[in-house]
Design a protein around this ligand. Sequence first.
Ligand code: HPA
Length: 297
Amino acid sequence: MNEQTWIPEEHYNEAADYVRSRLPQAPAIGLVLGSGLGTLAEEIANPTRVPYQEIPHWPRSTVEGHVGQLVAGELEGQPVLAMQGRIHFYEGYSMAQVTLPMRVMRLLGVHTVVLTNAAGGINRNFQAGDIMVIEDHIFPPGMAGFTPLRGPNIASFGPRFSIHGRTYTPELRQLAHRVAEAHGITLREGVYVSLSGPAFETPAEVRALRVWGGDAVGMSTAPEALVAYHAGMRVLGFSTITNLSIDRTDSVEEVSHEEVLRIGREVVPKLATIIRGVLRQMPPYDPSQVENAPEQA
Ligand code: HPA
């Protein structure tokens, strides 16, 4: 594997040109399906599938539970492009490679991304099987320098010093709550902490993240949200709480990837209901909803 700290502009264009040549229509909404959530892609109508390995410069997914293909088509009448399986930093890719798909989606015409993940619950009120809409994130690897925006800035995507005060579009979060309520689904809201993994957190780390204000912890999403928002896209994020993070060294409980996948699959129908409802009522893209809006053509 060739880890690339930053990616030249032509690589994004080459990847986008290839995907565009394979799709019957331009997508408007991107979906990233996390651990155990890939089955959502099977609900997409008129699907066109593009395996990651066919796309120039596209990283491959190496994790069990992540298929590794794009699925384009319609969901609730919206032209969507789903990543069935995502790329993680812990697989050995750089943050720039992990987030290449967001910029490619932007080039293809995507204006809104819906990011999903499996996460551990840090908030003491959460239970396994809960769904949380992401209010904001804490991204320690990014704070420590492993940010996907490091390196020469490509101004056609966004500004050198971008603003991230409302990464997860408030209007879309509110819409998610309305949809959940209409279907009698409990929807939590909170702060997602994005660590690099692949090791699960130690109990002391879990307690520390709770003090920081985290509600859920996982190994993805913040890099993608950062790059998508930098490029002027709206972002909506959901965590499925597949387990409660263990916060005591004398606990006999354990977290396993299998359990994460199993609970993830169990909550898929509820999350699918929320995402479908959001897509059905998706408000048109409005540059005033984002802080790094693209220049008007
Ligand atoms: N920690 C980190 N990532 C996770 C967890 C967790 O407890 N559960 C699912 N993904």
